[in-house]
Write a protein that binds this ligand. Structure first.
Ligand SMILES: Cc1c2[nH]c(c1CCC(=O)O)Cc1[nH]c(c(CCC(=O)O)c1C)Cc1[nH]c(c(CCC(=O)O)c1C)Cc1[nH]c(c(C)c1CCC(=O)O)C2
Length: 349
């Protein structure tokens, strides 16, 4: 399968190699903020879109051509690999995943199947193969991390406090670790298959693990994350990115993991992470809400973040979380152009 020659600035930054400018992409760069996405979404359910390779390719590619970003991220969801292992999930617009058979007992965990990517998610592998023949930038594959997946599986949908999830974790550690093992194995299999299909980098989204203290993260989650990243490091050669929301208190733990990039939300500045002695490449971390502010306000904050990021090799500009529906395409086009122009070596500031 011939792969397109790609602009590898993003991959160089992941590996802390010098780059001519700071690469930029955005979490949730495909979504309802785009009129073209909304037009397609009228004809399909979310899963129909992401499970039809031709549509997935179109939706994944749109932000690359429209915004000029330096990486594409596969249009799927963190719930995608759960459907073939027996989780009854639907995606409700503006809400997110809703699960009709939540995990409550040991039998529920035992009932979960094993992921066979070729039969479980063939559309993912096909879409990745099609994308790598077409894209001019690297393609990021991704998965949800076990804690974040478990939070949906146990709560039955989005949650603010994760009481049921953490309650089960504290009340039945054996059951919790059995669930972590199952989800960890699925994540490894799923991400290895994405790399075999052609993904150039992998991001693991642990959006909700910030709900745990550093001590509980160590006890209940760190072992499975160590296993996931160790296995991926031993079996693939692509950069690994680990992202979470409100996870600033876990940074020193994450810096010990065999990963290449840490994704920060807006609460922890790049410079304070560096002061903590974090040596990994950093990715982030403009507060997405700023995208609703006047351009002067956005530019000022973006400059602050970029000045911190360019202070040493290994930095990728992103938001601190995903784009949301109220954001204007034009704002993101202007921000992408600004990041490239402001950081291009020798560019007039
Ligand atoms: C927690 C989480 C989920 N999904 C994801 C996370 C981790 C990242 C994050 O924290 O945002 C990850 C995700 N979800 C989606 C992507 C594809 C990449 C991209 O969007 O550019 C990625 C990387 C598509 C999607 N996944 C979903 C949408 C919105 C779908 C729609 O209603 O059309 C998209 C584009 C649905 C979804 N799926 C989920 C939520 C919370 C929602 C609701 C989002 C919303 O309604 O705005 C679970």
């Amino acid at each position: 399968m011939t792969q397109q020659p790609i602009n590898d600035t993003f991959l160089k930054a992941c590996r802390q190699e010098p780059t001519d400018y700071i690469p930029v992409w955005y979490m949730r760069q495909a979504g309802r903020y785009q009129p073209e996405y909304r037009q397609i979404r009228k004809q399909y359910s979310f899963f129909e879109m992401s499970e039809t390779p031709e549509v997935c390719v179109e939706v994944t590619s749109l932000p690359v051509t429209q915004l000029g970003v330096d990486a594409a991220i596969l249009f799927a969801d963190i719930m995608t690999p759960l459907k073939p292992i027996g989780v009854d999930v639907e995606i409700r617009s503006g809400v997110g995943p809703v699960i009709s058979n939540p995990i409550r007992t040991k039998q529920d965990v035992k009932r979960l199947g094993e992921l066979d990517p070729e039969s479980g998610v063939p559309f993912i592998l096909k879409a990745i193969q099609m994308l790598t023949q077409r894209l001019s930038v690297p393609l990021i594959g991704f998965a949800g991390a076990p804690f974040t997946l478990a939070s949906y599986m146990i709560e039955g949908g989005p949650s603010k406090n994760y009481h049921k999830t953490k309650g089960l974790m504290y009340a039945d550690p054996t059951l919790w670790h059995a669930l972590m093992e199952k989800l960890g194995a699925m994540t490894i299999t799923y991400l290895q298959a994405q790399v075999r299909a052609g993904a150039h980098a992998l991001q693991v989204f642990d959006s909700w693990v910030g709900a745990l203290s550093a001590e509980d993260y160590q006890t209940y989650v760190a072992p499975i994350m160590q296993k996931i990243f160790n296995t991926l490091k031993q079996t693939t050669d692509v950069p690994l990115i680990y992202f979470g929301i409100g996870t600033g208190h876990l940074l020193t733990e994450w810096d010990k993991l065999p990963i290449d990039v840490i994704g920060l939300d807006w609460r922890t500045s790049i410079s304070s992470a560096r002061k903590l002695g974090i040596t990994k490449t950093l990715q982030g971390n403009l507060d997405p809400s700023l995208l609703l502010a006047p351009w002067e306000v956005i530019e000022k904050k973006a400059k602050e973040i970029l000045d911190q990021g360019i202070s040493q090799p290994g930095y990728i500009f992103n938001l601190g979380h995903g784009i949301f529906p109220d954001v204007q395409v034009e704002t993101l086009q202007r921000l992408t152009e600004f990041v490239h122009h402001y950081t291009k070596k020798g560019g007039n500031k």
